[in-house]
Design a binder for this molecule. Structure first.
Ligand SMILES: Nc1ncnc2c1ncn2[C@@H]1O[C@H](COP(=O)(O)OP(=O)(O)O)[C@@H](O)[C@H]1O
Ligand SMILES: [Mg+2]
Length: 392
């Protein structure tokens, strides 16, 4: 209560300052206030890509003797908010750039219910599309007929690598039953749920949503076909993706219901197939590609995973044979985009929420993910299909 009162008083004094400023614009105190205000207005929330002031997330900013106190209003509790670090870095560096602030202290409170409603309303009016994807959002589905080939590991590392190239990236865990993305990206992250709307969780500078964020860890999910379609539809329609440049989908193994749902919801989703180098994997992986083709989804490339292991002697050991990726790419008449080595750190990263492209960006595996990200960007969007898009 007292904080709100304080902010009203601030508004009043700001209004006074503004009317005074018509008489004298050179008052150093006023000028300082304006510079600070501009610095805050220029802070764009990384999760939603909207400015923090319009979102109602800045309660008060007080600068004295080079020290700023910033009171932030969150649309959820501080414990549930997964992005304070990035937010604080952003505000601190914007304030430091004014040359007037050397230290920033943050204080958090949760928005009132009506403030939360305003926050969601702002997102809804800013991003009008039903699914909050823009026409140019490229939807990248990472698939394989086979489980355990590394789809989820490739999805997370690739999504982060694409974001490192300067794009806004969302990741949707479409493996509703067998989700593994929360463990791979950050088990502590939580999405923000306000009414029927969900603002994605955030980790390593990408937004993500997974059924695992809503389920008890040990409870099996028992949704059946139609419910699965509904779940995916909701992940697309009720989640505030806020018009990312890329939405990367971690597909479940196989060729079934989820590919069908994706084909009906996002008919121009681009399919990429993950396989291991062995020939038997190649033929199973191929099934998901054939299913994608039958569904008239654009098939864009093959990614070979677990291609080789590099020993301490720097020799490459091809533990799972060789050539499967290239052979599959040739069969499908698409490009083999990369060959990711088998590395213990990559597996460790899957378990501790720190993907290898973050923990060891100079490793061979990370460089290969970088290369694949470049290739995908380079490929450009698939040709638009004539059929009506259902969720965009
Ligand atoms: N290149 C790799 N090097 C080492 N371990 C890997 C690699 N790719 C995947 N893994 C591990 O293999 C297991 C299966 O990978 P995952 O990404 O979950 O496959 P999928 O999603 O296809 O089922 C995980 O434990 C993961 O950490
Ligand atoms: Mg998986």
């Amino acid at each position: 209560m007292s904080e709100k009162k304080e902010s009203n008083e601030n508004e009043q004094s700001e209004a006074q300052t503004e009317s005074n400023s018509q008489n004298s614009t050179t008052d150093p105190a006023e000028l300082g206030e304006k510079i600070i205000k501009d610095a805050i207005v220029n802070c764009i929330d990384p999760v939603t890509n909207c400015d923090l002031v319009s979102l109602g997330m800045i309660d008060t900013v007080d600068v004295q003797m080079g020290e700023a106190q910033v009171a932030i209003l969150l649309p959820c509790s501080i414990d549930a908010y997964s992005n304070t670090k990035e937010l604080e870095q952003l505000i601190s560096s914007s304030l430091a750039d004014t040359g007037m602030v050397s230290q920033v202290k943050f204080k958090y409170a949760t928005m009132t219910e009506s403030e939360k409603d305003d926050y969601i309303l702002h997102l809804e009016t800013t991003y009008k599309g039903k699914s909050q994807l823009k026409d140019s959002t490229r939807v990248i589905a990472i698939s394989s007929g086979k489980g355990g080939v590394g789809k989820s590991s490739v999805t997370t590392n690739l999504a982060i690598s694409i974001s490192k190239l300067g794009y806004r990236v969302g990741l949707l865990d479409a493996d509703v039953y067998g989700f593994s993305i929360p463990n791979m990206l950050g088990p502590e992250a939580e999405p923000i749920v306000i009414g029927n709307s969900v603002v994605p969780a955030r980790a390593h500078k990408i937004n993500f949503v997974s059924a695992g964020l809503f389920a008890d860890d040990d409870q099996p999910i028992i949704w059946r076909g139609p419910m699965l379609h509904k779940a995916l539809e909701q992940f697309l329609a009720n989640v505030m993706w806020c018009e990312p440049d890329f939405l990367v989908l971690d597909m479940p193994p196989g060729t079934g219901d989820v590919a069908l749902s994706i084909a009906s919801l996002i008919p121009d989703a681009e399919f990429y197939v993950v396989t291991t180098p062995q020939k038997s994997a190649e033929s199973v992986a191929q099934r998901s590609a054939i299913a994608a083709r039958q569904l008239k989804l654009p098939l864009r490339g093959v990614i070979e995973n677990m291609s080789y292991f590099e020993g301490d002697d720097h020799k490459r050991y091809e533990l799972f044979g060789r050539g499967g990726g290239q052979q599959l790419a040739d069969h499908l008449s698409v490009k083999l985009l990369g060959q990711v080595p088998l590395v213990p750190d990559l597996r460790a990263g899957s378990d501790n929420g720190i993907p290898i492209v973050i923990s060891d960006p100079n490793s061979n595996a990370s460089k290969e993910f970088e290369k694949i990200a470049d290739e995908i960007v380079e490929l450009g969007p698939a040709k638009k299909r004539l059929q009506a898009l259902k969720v965009r």
